[in-house]
Ligand binder design. Structure first.
Ligand code: NAD
Ligand code: DAU
Length: 382
């Protein structure tokens, strides 16, 4: 059992991380961020490689001496427990999830399985490895200086969608906003948040939660809005916008999310939730016009190959998403005041980098747009 964190420090110094869902979009970006900034810390990725998981997302670090990939399911209790013990994991950063709202409308079961049962399995294993052992009893003993800080951390990655939908005049979601999830995806994430909280209150699991707004950046699966628009533009395909396109999301460049998680791990208070947002509300119409304007610059349409001069001509309004939340916005004042967190990228700089990344990675794009993806497009947009 690792006991390397100094007993009276209120700060966590991770020595061996388990990153679940590390082959997905945000998880992979977090792995790159972490290894770049902390190359001496052991990193183990546990990922089931579902349709959304992609080992190519981890190719740049696969030979790093501190990196280890385990192909497996977070619902596999014995596997998770063995990993926690064998790798002396002291910090879990839990990204693994079914993450796409539209897929949760077509098939909610997988969301209940992974997001709720999977999170619970991880919690049970962490409790067994960290809290139910004789050395854990030593760690939680109180001294004259009060309770000993935990050398462990279970950080749960959640979403702003648990708070439901805002009207135009509402203030942004803060950590005390009542939960009101509207999609099966959001409901399953809400349930997982409650389980993490319950393990803290009941068993003393040293946990933190972050509820983040919409991320964008490299390695995002093209089922999600920004890569879908980018890749459809490149194939001169319609750009499907649900309903009137005036739904609002608060966009955050993925590396800024990773920095926020890092700060919470190191300095966040155990038992607390932190909202992370980009302070960047955009309608979907603004997003699609931004993608088109960037591509008009970076990859101008030539009159000989296209019947139109701007990619925005491809914009097509399609049937609205069932239960489509109108507006999300994050009030990030808690993380800003407590942990001095601020996003670095603007929407303009982050979008430029993102679109450029897709243009520079045609092989990656081709591989994620195979038969399964085509089936999904037919199912969702037919
Ligand atoms: P993603 O769908 O790109 O990646 C999910 C990863 O989890 C994949 O690699 C997949 O293979 C893996 N996975 C799925 N089921 C698994 C299982 N049973 N066992 C092990 N691995 C499994 O998701 P993402 O967009 O990177 O989101 C990551 C996390 O962040 C999720 O928890 C999501 O709810 C949350 N989140 C996402 C956003 C966003 O904008 N994408 C915003 C806020 C919060
Ligand atoms: O808010 C955080 C959430 O952001 C995360 O928890 C989810 O995992 C993540 O998928 C994302 O959910 P959204 O539903 O907001 O993201 P998505 O990219 O699917 O859609 C963004 C907006 O664009 C939303 O209003 C729906 C709309 N949309 C989406 C698609 C795929 C379209 O208009 N057309 C589309 O084809």
């Amino acid at each position: 059992m690792p006991k390397k964190n100094t007993p009276h420090s209120s700060l966590l110094t991770p020595h061996s991380l388990l990153i679940t869902g590390g082959a997905g979009f945000i998880g992979a970006n977090f792995v790159h961020y972490w290894i770049k900034n902390y190359p001496d810390v052991q990193v183990t990725v546990l990922d089931a490689l579902t349709y959304a998981g992609n080992k190519a997302n981890l190719a740049p670090v696969e030979n790093h001496p501190k990196f280890r990939f385990v192909h497996g399911d977070i619902r596999h209790y014995a596997l998770v427990l063995n990993l926690l013990l064998d790798q002396e994991i002291d910090t879990i950063v839990h990204f693994a999830a079914e993450s796409h709202v539209d897929r949760s409308i077509h098939g909610p079961d997988a969301f209940v399985e992974t997001n709720i049962v999977g999170t619970h399995t991880l919690l049970k294993a962490a409790k067994a490895a960290w809290l139910d052992t004789p050395s854990a009893a030593m760690n939680t003993q109180t001294s004259a200086l009060g309770p000993q800080p935990s050398p462990y951390r279970f950080h749960h990655i959640s979403t702003d969608e648990v708070y439901g939908s805002l009207s135009p005049e509402d203030p942004g979601f803060c950590e005390t906003t009542a939960y009101a999830p509207n999609s099966p995806y959001a409901a399953s994430k809400a349930a997982s948040d409650f389980l993490v909280r319950a393990y803290y209150k009941t068993y003393g699991m040293p946990m933190t939660i972050s509820n983040c707004s919409n991320n964008y950046g490299p390695y995002q699966h093209p089922e999600k809005l920004i890569p879908l628009l980018t890749l459809n533009c490149l194939e001169h395909k319609p750009l499907p916008i649900y309903g009137d396109g005036l739904n609002i999301r608060d966009w955050l460049y993925v590396e800024d999310h990773c920095r926020g998680i890092d700060l919470i791990l190191k300095k966040g208070r155990i038992g607390e939730t932190y909202n992370i947002g980009g302070n960047c509300e955009k309608t979907n119409l603004e997003v699609v016009h931004t993608v088109c304007a960037i591509l008009d610059e970076l990859k101008p349409l030539s009159s000989s190959t296209a019947l139109f001069t701007s990619y925005s001509s491809l914009l097509t309004h399609v049937k609205d998403r069932a239960g489509h939340d109108r507006r999300y916005a994050i009030d990030a004042s808690k993380i800003s005041k407590e942990l001095a967190y601020m996003p670095i990228e603007t929407f303009e700089s982050g979008m430029q980098k993102t679109v450029q990344w897709y243009l520079e990675h045609p092989e990656w794009c081709k591989n994620v747009m195979g038969e399964n993806y085509k089936k999904w497009l037919a199912q969702n947009y037919s």
